[in-house]
Design a protein around this ligand. Structure first.
Ligand code: CO8
Length: 257
């Protein structure tokens, strides 16, 4: 891969955006590589969780603006749809995902982080959706995901002013889960990841679908999904293991089946 680097370590799949000289701007080629990496991690039994981060001083400064010059209305829609497709794919991955925000997370870069389940940010990072300053607006799902995550007022403020906010402010408004100094970012992210890795991967997968799809449905449908998911969880060996471990006063050993 030319624009990202990928590695597997201790059940974690890493996707590291790797165009540091361009602040990890998301080109069409990079989006394709991210999609490919997700495709591999999706079916890899040695990967139970995926972490995105950036090489250098940015997580990602957004879609590659240099590619905008060639766009007309049709190709702009295609660019946006390509990005959206990749973000939707990330969001729907049945394994937990974490954006480890090491620096600027702007525009499409923040939209990528929004498609992840969790965001852990370096104190030094800045977040924003500055597209309005280019005469456009977020096009990789941000207009919808940000509103759902932090509510309309703050989301509209971020999108309509284009102002960047600090990680601390992002934490205050519920945009990021945790803020830590850059020097501890990887350690703290791994601590968080390891908590998730101790759980049953299959229960996490069912829970993630119930939360994601339930959240976008009328509440009765969501509640029904919750009950049905419960039934599915009870058909797994991990559920038997979890209950047995509790009764036998030991730590469960979940296998993801
Ligand atoms: N695209 C392409 N190149 C970029 C981008 C970008 N988004 N951001 C930075 N770069 C490049 C710079 O051009 C520069 O390249 P070079 O050295 O060749 O001149 C290099 O990265 C370093 O950047 P700076 O010199 O600007 O670094 P600074 O530390 O001075 O500034 C900033 C950092 C503040 C992050 C600044 O680079 C900046 O404002 N970047 C643009 C941020 C932005 O506007 N992002 C939104 C992009 S649009 C978007 O994401 C839309 C998503 C939906 C798209 C739908 C498809 C149509």
């Amino acid at each position: 891969m030319e624009n990202i680097s990928v590695k597997k370590e201790n059940k974690i799949g890493w996707i590291i955006l790797n165009r540091p000289d361009k602040l990890n701007a998301l080109s069409l080629a990079m989006l394709t590589e991210i999609e490919e990496a997700i495709k591999q991690f999706e079916v890899d039994n040695e990967v139970n969780l995926v972490i995105f981060t950036g090489n250098g001083k940015a997580f990602s400064a957004g879609a590659d603006i240099s590619q905008f010059k060639e766009l007309n209305s049709i190709s702009a829609i295609n660019f946006a749809r390509k990005g959206r497709k990749v973000m939707d794919y990330i969001e729907s991955l049945m394994k937990p995902t974490i954006a480890m925000i090491n620096g600027y997370a702007l525009g499409g870069g923040l939209e990528l982080a929004l498609a992840c389940d969790f965001r852990i940010s370096a104190e030094e990072a800045q977040l924003g959706l500055p597209e309005i300053n280019l005469g456009i607006y977020p096009g990789f799902g941000g207009t919808q995901r940000l509103v759902r995550l932090i509510g309309k007022a703050k989301a509209m403020e971020m999108m309509m002013t284009g102002d960047r906010i600090s990680s601390k402010e992002a934490e205050r408004i519920g945009l990021v889960n945790k803020v830590v100094p850059l020097s501890n970012l990887e350690e703290e992210t791994l601590k968080f990841a390891n908590k998730l890795l101790e759980k049953s991967p299959i229960s996490l997968a069912i829970l993630k679908s119930v939360i994601l799809y339930g959240n976008d449905s009328p509440i009765l449908d969501g509640l029904n999904m919750e009950s049905l998911g419960w039934g599915v969880a009870f058909s797994t060996q991990d559920q038997k293991e979890g209950v047995s471990a509790f009764l036998e006063k030991r730590k469960p050993n979940f296998k993801g089946v």
